[in-house]
Design a binder for this molecule. Structure first.
Ligand SMILES: [Zn+2]
Length: 188
C-alpha cells in the first residue's frame, strides 16, 4: 500500500485526503482502527510510540471525515449546517491546558496536551483544525486538484493563488506530458 499523502498544507484537508482515488486506485487509510491510529501518528497528531488502539476509532474518524467535507461545503456555499457533531467532539476531546516552569528558558511555559486516550481526545486535533479552517478566510483557498481522475484537495498558499495540482510529481508532470502528447498528435 502507498503512503498517505500530506500535501494539503492543512491538517483537516490532509485528513480528508486519507481517502482518495477511484476503483483500482482507491485507498482508505481509516479503513480499520489500527490504520486510523497509524494515520494519526504519521500526521503528527499522536507520538510515534503511541500503542493503544481504541475500539471504534475508525468509525468515528470516518464520520468526522464526512462531516468535515459537508461543513466545508456548507461554509463555501453559504448554506447553514448544524455543527453539533463537531461541537461534541471538541467538548469531549478538549485537551488539558496548564502552565509549568521551564528550566531551559527559566520562564513559565504554556502546555496543551491530550487529556486522555478516549477517541474524542485522539481526534480533537483534527476537529480543532476543521473549526479553525471553517472560521477563517483560508476557506476560500481550498482547491481540488485539476486532474480529472484525482480527488485530492489542498490549501492554495501560493502568492498568485494559481496552484492547480495536488503535487507536481503526482499530477502536474503527468498532465504536462499528456498535454504535450496531445499537442504532438494534433500536429502530426
Ligand atoms: Zn492530483
Amino acid at each position: 500500500m502507498n503512503q498517505p499523502y500530506f500535501l494539503a498544507n492543512n491538517l483537516v484537508l490532509d485528513f480528508i485526503n486519507s481517502e482518495y482515488g477511484t476503483s483500482d486506485e482507491y485507498h482508505d487509510y481509516l479503513s480499520d482502527d489500527e490504520s486510523t491510529v497509524a494515520w494519526l501518528k504519521s500526521a503528527g497528531c499522536l507520538p510515534t510510540d503511541y500503542s493503544e488502539v481504541p475500539l471504534g476509532i475508525s468509525e468515528k474518524a470516518k464520520k468526522l471525515r464526512t462531516v468535515s467535507r459537508e461543513m466545508i461545503d456548507s461554509a463555501i456555499s453559504a448554506v447553514e449546517y448544524d455543527p453539533v457533531f463537531l461541537n461534541n467532539l471538541l467538548d469531549r476531546g478538549k485537551p488539558a491546558e496548564y502552565i509549568e516552569w521551564d528550566n531551559t528558558s527559566n520562564n513559565f511555559k504554556r502546555i496543551k496536551q491530550r487529556k486522555n486516550n478516549n477517541i474524542e481526545s485522539l481526534l480533537e486535533p483534527i476537529g480543532n483544525s476543521l473549526a479553525t479552517l471553517l472560521c477563517s478566510e483560508e476557506i476560500r483557498s481550498i482547491r481540488q486538484c485539476e486532474a480529472h481522475d484525482c480527488t485530492l484537495v489542498f490549501l492554495d498558499k501560493t502568492k498568485s493563488h494559481r496552484r492547480r495540482w495536488c503535487s507536481m510529481s503526482l499530477c502536474g508532470n503527468r498532465k504536462k506530458v499528456a498535454a504535450f502528447r496531445s499537442r504532438k498528435q494534433q500536429s502530426d
